[in-house]
Design a protein around this ligand. Structure first.
Ligand code: SRM
Ligand code: SF4
Length: 561
């Protein structure tokens, strides 16, 4: 099967031979081998499981200690209290005892032993959740703004999220056969549906990400998605969606064909057309995505190389009608939804956003959240900033929630230094097999370093958005942040600057190979210049953009590096 004369990537053959994602998983699960074979690990991803090894241990003892990361899909990030508590209990039974909220509002277990996988996945399914398509070359967990406002428009967004999420899941029964009970699975899925009408035998060339939000609220980073839907609310209801396509963050060192890209606004559609459009856009990725070079296999490259006009035409041909031109998008909020917010005008229901640094819920914080959820039974929402919201609380619950936080010593969002409050980091070492250096583990130090420099520059209390990753793949979306720190090799980082606080602009590379302990010092002259030269209310990212990252580099890099 040549791809434009190029050799297909090995993954294409494994998918094709997997018999709709079965591969050798059942046999390998039954065997005593400590790990899965190479082909099985690829198939496993479609089931939401990554085989990993502890990279600290490997360095220290020159051997690989295998375990798995299990990712749970949480469409829109929303959980009922009993679902959250089920996930919490499982964290005490498998893995390293933590729950890791992801940058797409999902949740991960790390260090799960091969023998625990089946029980874990059964228990996750018993809680009404699943791991199918949380990873792999398919549509991933669908993201939504986490703000749980009670307007009909905002509430109905979740219905679209769930519809799209459910409709675009693979139809294979393999998941249920392997992890649950084959007979029950057969009764759940019509056999005829196993034909995978959307995905076919080889699924997509690569992952595909969909996000939803309301106009004004870009907390989901809509421009970073393969496909984004922005709801226009009129008279409290969703009047329609502007949809965008072709965003993505990933880039690979040494491959000039890869780079982060913001999605382009494509058209405006009535709400009932969302699923048609989503299916058609995914099918364009399926048919035109690069199946030879996986690093170049995202929809963003198809759109960039064939052009937006071509994409619009191809889409119209597939759906059989022409969407209206996109509506202008105005972004106003960069609230992180932390602290207390009224859900309605009457103040009858409230939500509280809790800061979870790098999304890692462990130790005392994990227990604090469990106590709040058990006592007050809130809806729980994971946010795309890796935080957690307790929603649907009556006003009487406010003192009780605050009491639990105080008694257990958990930080209120307003008590946190702003850089730490507005930061994100990917897991990186020791679990991520692609990490070039640390991210989550060093984030608190780096945030404190930058905060110290900002304070000394006279910018104490100012919001600065910092995002950090352990390699250029961009899992914490560093390229849309005001400061993006991207790992390149052990303890050496690239610094990107000039993204907007509204995440509507790409940051630009400022400098390469900055040692971890020099990051704050390198930023200091820029922070000084910002405080000295900023326009009224201008954010650090907007200042860097206006001044020009290249010009700032000429002025300051020699001095600070
Ligand atoms: Fe990611 C691969 C973690 C969101 C771009 N990502 C990985 C893997 C699975 C490493 C691997 O392939 O072996 C990481 C597992 C690390 C670990 O130990 O847990 C990993 N990605 C994550 C999470 C957990 C980061 C986080 O801080 O929360 C996020 C899980 C989200 C979820 O629930 O599904 C996560 N990854 C993202 C995002 C952000 C987003 O989607 O909003 C991106 C950038 C957007 C995009 O897709 O372009 C992202 N991850 C990547 C890439 C680069 C893809 C590319 O186009 O080149 C890789 C590399 C790959 O797939 O081979 C990757
Ligand atoms: Fe791993 Fe790189 Fe993603 Fe971080 S950005 S989790 S290091 S793949």
């Amino acid at each position: 099967m040549p791809e434009n004369g190029k050799k297909l990537s090995g993954a294409e053959f494994v998918k094709a031979a997997s018999r709709r994602l079965r591969g050798t998983l059942a046999e390998e699960l039954a065997s005593d081998a400590p790990s899965f074979s190479k082909d099985a690990t690829l198939v496993l991803k479609f089931h939401g499981i990554y085989q990993q090894h502890d990279r600290d241990l490997r360095r220290a003892e020159a051997k690989k200690e295998y375990s798995c990361m299990v990712r749970v899909s949480v469409p829109g990030g929303v959980l009922r209290p009993e679902q959250y508590l089920a996930l919490h209990r499982l964290a005490g039974q498998v893995g390293d005892g933590t729950l890791r909220i992801t940058s797409r509002g999902g949740v991960q277990y790390h260090y799960v032993g091969k023998r625990s996988l089946r029980d874990l996945i059964r228990a996750i399914n018993a809680a009404g959740l699943n791991t199918l398509a949380a990873c792999g070359d398919v549509v991933r967990n669908v993201v939504c703004t986490a703000a749980p406002f009670d307007t009909p428009g905002q509430k109905s967004l979740l219905e679209w999220v769930r519809l799209v999420d459910r409709s675009l899941k693979p139809k294979t029964r393999a998941y249920a056969e392997i992890w649950l009970d084959g007979e029950r699975a057969a009764s759940l899925v019509d056999a005829a549906e196993e034909s995978e009408p959307l995905y076919g035998d080889t699924y997509l060339p690569r992952k595909f990400k969909i996000g939803f939000t309301c106009e004004g609220d870009n907390t989901v980073d809509i421009y970073a998605h393969d496909l984004g839907f922005v709801a226009h609310i009129e008279n409290g209801e969703v009047a329609g969606f502007t949809f965008l396509a072709g965003g993505g963050m990933g880039q690979t060192n040494g491959d000039r064909n890869t780079h982060p890209r913001l999605a382009d606004p494509v058209g405006f559609i009535p709400p009932e057309r969302v699923l048609d459009v989503a299916r058609a856009v995914v099918s364009i990725h399926r048919d035109f995505g690069d199946r030879a070079n996986r690093r170049h296999a995202r929809l963003k490259y198809v759109i960039e190389e064939r052009g937006l006009a071509w994409f619009r035409e191809e889409l119209a041909r597939r759906i059989g009608w022409q969407p209206e031109p996109p509506r202008p998008l105005a972004w106003t909020r960069h609230a992180d939804w932390l602290g207390w917010h009224a859900q309605d005008d009457r103040g009858e229901r409230w939500f509280f956003g809790l800061r979870v640094v790098s999304g890692r819920l462990g130790g005392a914080l994990l227990e604090t959240v469990a106590e709040i959820v058990s006592e007050l039974q809130p809806e729980v929402r994971f946010t795309p900033q890796q935080n957690l919201i307790f929603a649907n609380l009556p006003p009487e619950a406010r003192p009780a929630l605050e009491g639990i936080l105080r008694r257990r010593g958990a930080a209120f969002p307003h008590e946190l230094p702003p850089v730490l409050r507005h930061s994100m980091a990917c897991p990186a070492l020791p679990t991520c097999g692609l990490a070039l250096t640390d991210s989550e583990r060093v984030l608190p130090d780096i945030a404190a370093d930058i905060q110290g420099q900002a304070d000394a520059a006279g910018a104490a209390g100012e919001v600065i958005h910092l995002r950090m990753t352990g390699c250029p793949n961009g899992c914490a979306r560093p390229y849309t942040a005001e400061i993006g720190i991207v790992g390149q090799s052990p303890r050496l980082y690239s610094i990107y600057l000039g993204g907007s606080p509204l995440a509507t602009r790409l940051a630009v590379l400022y400098s390469h190979n900055i040692p971890q302990d020099r990051i704050g010092a390198v930023l200091r002259p820029l922070l000084d210049a910002w405080v000295r030269e900023r326009r009224s209310g201008e954010s650090f990212g907007d200042f860097c953009h206006r001044a020009g990252v290249d010009a700032l580099r000429e002025r300051f890099l020699e001095v600070s590096a």
